[in-house]
Design a protein around this ligand. Sequence first.
Ligand SMILES: [Fe+2]
Ligand SMILES: [Fe+2]
Length: 305
Amino acid sequence: MPTTAADARTRLRDIYADAHEQTLHPNLLGWPGPPDAAELDFISRVVYDQPGRSLGGCAYLVKELAQLAEIERHLSAVFGIITAQLGADDSALSEGYDLHHALNLFAAEEYIHSDFFYRYVRELAGADIKLADSLFMERLALYEGDDSPYVKLAAMCMAAYVGESVITVFEKRTAHLDPRRERFLTRLLWAHGMDEARHVQVDHVVINHVIPSLTAAERDRAFEIFCATEELNAELGGRFQQLVRDQFGLDHTPGNRAWEVQQELGQVFRRALAESWPPVPVDERLDDTTRALLLDFAGDERVHA
Ligand SMILES: [Fe+2]
Ligand SMILES: [Fe+2]
């Protein structure tokens, strides 16, 4: 756990030292087009634990991954605001290039993820997936005030960390069910996960170093922005749910194991951040029930390495 600004800067530098080797440009994924029968069967098993429900499985993935793409694009824009504000920051953490470098690359990676998840959901749906109003300006406005860049960084990383922890579990589930990465969904989440492993480590620097260094008033404000971000993201989720219902003509939720596990884990991960002070990495707050759930669902009782 970083305890000084110098330690945190070194940690950020180390996290991104091999980023060029631990990443995959999405053009290299070999996009296969609409899913074939084997891919559809896999999607059904990932989502419902059984074959034959691929339409619902695709609807679920379209809803969740389109929502994720929107949230990733928002993070990129918010990090643009934060890194611009760091120009006026003379605290020890922003000395040198390390913090700027980590946040710029984090933002760039999320922008690319937003691109390839939108591409993927279009292929799953066989149609454009577009929301006329994704609440983007409202979500961005939460970060346009005169709060310190570290308050904004804390809020944004807490919001991202919950989703990044959930998608890490899903990456592990696909790898567990398809260890040779024969299915495109497995390869997509594996490629995404190479970048996400760094994001989670940056989140841990924020959780372990930045958040404990905030004043009481700054902490309150960070949690206020975090909660407001989550509320707008939930409203965004409702809009995608409706869009997907219209597009697919069904409700994917009955009997949807993936959706149930996602809800459960989201609550557990939020509690690790918000229910006690200071917030901790999610693996430090897992109880036996959640560990058993993770082992059964994803073949690993830990969330992060
Ligand atoms: Fe991402
Ligand atoms: Fe991420």
